[in-house]
Design a protein around this ligand. Structure first.
Ligand code: SAH
Length: 242
């Protein structure tokens, strides 16, 4: 029985892979790769066995159950199985579920953390998520809750934090999420930035306020993958990128 490495591939820039991730990519007998991992794919040596299980929000090529079963099956045939996931495997990447499945099926595994897009993409657009005197907390939430589950985000608590809010998978539900923040007391003039396709040639920032961002996003045709940053730190970008 082989071992499965759940490896964080970072936010898309191959230079932001950890040394360990890089070593494992080269040592792997087989790789399971998400399509979120962009330039990183080019780091995989030619001739490696690669299974692309990339999925988008709309079209699932592989279901999560199929991915889980595939990992166990590969571990029975190969010594080193590398499951390469965008960002960090334990930040909204379902890495926890995959690890638990492996555990329950008696497959040895190891988590290799990665640089999460939640922090790295804002940095690439000169937005520091924390800043003395401006924001002393960073809250990362998913804007796309499971549909078959009761809503469990406490918007009242989130809106009262006065820090920086980072929303992943939030483009589809932008209107609803903005509405929640406004109705729970955030000001309409709170700055918002939407960061599309970080670390790719298509990287783009769209800015506005809670009051106008839904209109602006629609006008600009904002699409996933994107990270939404809500809070006063968004204003620092102007100073840092002058
Ligand atoms: N585990 C990943 C997140 C997986 S959830 C991590 O730690 O980065 C997928 C979401 O991450 C996307 O919907 C988007 O909100 C965000 N995301 C990932 N890569 C991104 C990128 N390069 N640019 C913008 N957003 C990105």
């Amino acid at each position: 029985m082989g071992k499965v490495y759940l490896v964080g591939a970072g936010p898309g820039d191959p230079e932001l892979l950890s040394l360990k991730a890089y070593r494992l990519i080269r040592d792997a007998d087989v790789l399971l790769v998400d399509n979120l991992v962009l330039g990183v794919k080019r780091m995989i040596p030619e001739g490696k066995k690669v299974i692309d299980i990339g999925k988008t929000a709309t079209a699932h090529k592989y279901s999560q159950a199929e991915i889980n079963e595939l990992m166990v099956e590969l571990a029975s045939r190969y010594e080193t199985v590398v499951r390469l996931k965008g960002g960090d495997p334990f930040v909204f990447g379902r890495g926890g579920e995959e690890a638990l499945y492996l555990k329950e099926h008696g497959v040895e595994f190891e988590i290799v953390p990665g640089i999460t897009s939640a922090i790295a993409v804002p940095a690439s657009f000169s937005i520091p998520l924390s800043y003395r005197g401006v924001s002393s907390s960073i809250t990362i939430i998913t804007g796309h809750e499971m549909e078959d589950k009761e809503e469990n985000l406490n918007w009242g608590a989130i809106a009262s934090l006065k820090g920086t809010l980072v929303i992943l998978m939030g483009v589809g539900n932008l209107g609803k999420n903005v509405e929640e923040l406004l109705s729970h007391g955030l000001h309409a003039d709170t700055p918002v930035a939407i960061l599309e396709n970080g670390f790719t040639p298509d990287a783009r920032i769209v800015t506005g306020t809670l009051g106008n961002i839904v209109t602006v996003a629609k006008r600009e045709g904002v699409k996933p993958p994107a990270i939404i940053v809500v809070g006063d730190v968004v204003r620092l970008r102007a100073k840092l990128s002058e």
